[in-house]
Write a protein that binds this ligand. Structure first.
Ligand code: DOR
Ligand code: ZN
Ligand code: ZN
Length: 438
């Protein structure tokens, strides 16, 4: 069991009662638990120190970790249920080892009122395989003109606020959003992009875009907004979490802000950590997302920042799109790729099996840090009293990412056909097994 939040990395038994972690301990007599109503090993059967349980899950050779949390997911419900529903998106999450996901508000309608938040939570309660934590809009209709009813959104259950999909271009509106956010104690999660600098761009601006003849999005379109939002958050005292950091300049700004003791965090996606803009050369629209795949130097800076902790979180920016819409010319295809089902395998393959990150560091970035940033109570840890959200990781299982296996309704990922090492063998939410790999 690895639980960085409580400093545990040991061979242990975990006892779950109802939806809670009751107890974590050394295996009793080396024999584990005894199963109620079934004959187990004789000496254990008679040992009153060994608890009676309904089910024993043998995780020998695997790693038991706090359920992974993806704080950046696009579910398309309400509005585009052909692309993803709360049911299909949470099934994809369960397969990927995630026990909690946060859903961004750019649905149709957008999540800018309590009624939309309540709909998402009710639907998640009914058909969701994993916990769903909505993120509400910063501005009404994500139009960037007027603030949404932030207090109402938080009261209804939103754990953070963002206009993701779009930036908040108006600095004064962002300032006021931050001032309110401090009153509700939720973080703002900006999508940092200066729309004037990025206008018309479809990929990273650099040598590759020039060679391909595609209009570029310069890295400063992101970094300029990261800088602005850091300054505004310093001015207002708001908590800031920068979505999908992709450039070396943004990292420099975040590192510098942290050095001054600021409460700013950032996330990186598996695709930005692994693929550079070179991947766009085939003009495949599954390499088109926003922010775009960046230069190799940016990828290197992002990896370094993930390793040294400047980037605290790995999040997928899972963005399902209909096949018909993605199968267009590069210029016209929508931005975004799905990521829930490949994230863990990619991170284990590229960072754990290469010795760049330990399992504890990965769990920190995929479970403990998101829980801390979003103040998700009793999550991101397996300490007694925590929710029984558990991921059993098989770090050595080799598999190929296949389209037919995707639980997501959309299949837009550039990682189909990739050989990966490591996956979720089992996902447990509130004490119930919601995914078991075969
Ligand atoms: O690639 C992206 N896809 N970037 C965004 O900002 C929005 C997202 C989406 O909703 O498809
Ligand atoms: Zn975004
Ligand atoms: Zn997003």
């Amino acid at each position: 069991m690895i639980d960085p939040a409580s400093g545990i990395d040991d061979t242990l038994d975990v006892l779950v009662e109802d939806a809670q972690i009751l107890h974590v301990d050394k295996p009793a007599q080396g024999s584990g638990f005894r199963v109620q109503g079934r004959k187990n090993k004789k000496p254990v059967e008679d040992d009153p120190a060994v608890p009676k349980v309904d089910r024993v899950i043998d995780a020998t050779g695997k790693i038991v970790v706090p359920g992974l949390i993806d704080m950046h997911v696009h579910l398309r419900e309400p509005g585009r249920e052909d692309e993803e529903t709360i049911a299909s998106g949470t099934a994809a999450a369960a397969r990927g080892g995630f026990t909690s996901i946060c859903c961004m508000p750019n649905t149709e309608p957008v999540n800018d009122t309590a009624s939309v938040t309540e709909y998402i939570l009710e639907q998640a309660q009914k058909v969701g395989r994993v916990h769903v934590f909505p993120i509400g809009c910063i501005s009404k209709g994500q139009q960037g003109q007027e603030l949404a009813e932030m207090g109402e959104l938080v009261a209804a259950g939103c754990v953070g606020l963002s206009d993701d999909g779009k930036p908040v271009m108006n600095a004064d509106l962002m300032r006021r959003a931050m001032e309110y956010a401090t009153m509700f104690d939720v973080p703002l999660l900006p999508h940092c992009e200066d729309l004037h600098l990025s206008a018309g761009g479809v990929m990273h601006e650099g040598r590759v875009s020039t060679e391909l003849g595609l209009k570029g999005i310069p890295s400063v379109a992101e970094a300029a907004m990261v800088g602005r939002d850091i300054l505004l958050s310093e001015y207002t005292g708001a908590r800031l979490h920068i979505c999908h950091v992709s450039t070396a300049e943004s990292i420099r700004l975040i590192r510098e802000a942290k050095g001054r003791g600021m409460r700013v965090s950032g996330e990186a996606t598996p695709h930005h950590l692994i693929l550079p803009d070179e991947a766009v050369r085939g003009f495949h629209t599954n390499t088109k997302m926003n922010p775009p795949l960046r230069a190799v130097e940016d990828v290197a800076a992002l990896r370094e920042a993930l390793i040294d902790g400047t980037i605290e979180v790995i999040a997928t920016d899972h963005a399902p799109h209909a096949r018909a819409e993605k199968e267009m010319e590069f210029d016209y295809a929508p931005f975004g790729i799905v990521g829930l089902e490949t994230a863990l395998g990619l991170i284990l393959s590229e960072f754990y099996h290469t010795g760049l990150l330990t399992l504890a560091m990965i769990v920190e970035r995929m479970a403990a840090a998101p829980a801390r940033i979003l103040k998700l109570k009793h999550k991101g840890t397996l300490a007694p009293g925590a929710d029984a959200d558990i991921t059993i990781v098989d770090p050595d299982h080799e598999w190929v990412a296949e389209e037919q296996a995707l639980q997501s309704k959309s299949k837009n990922t550039p990682f189909i056909g990739w050989k990966l090492k490591g996956r979720a063998a089992m996902t447990i939410v509130a004490g119930q097994v919601v995914w078991e790999a075969t």
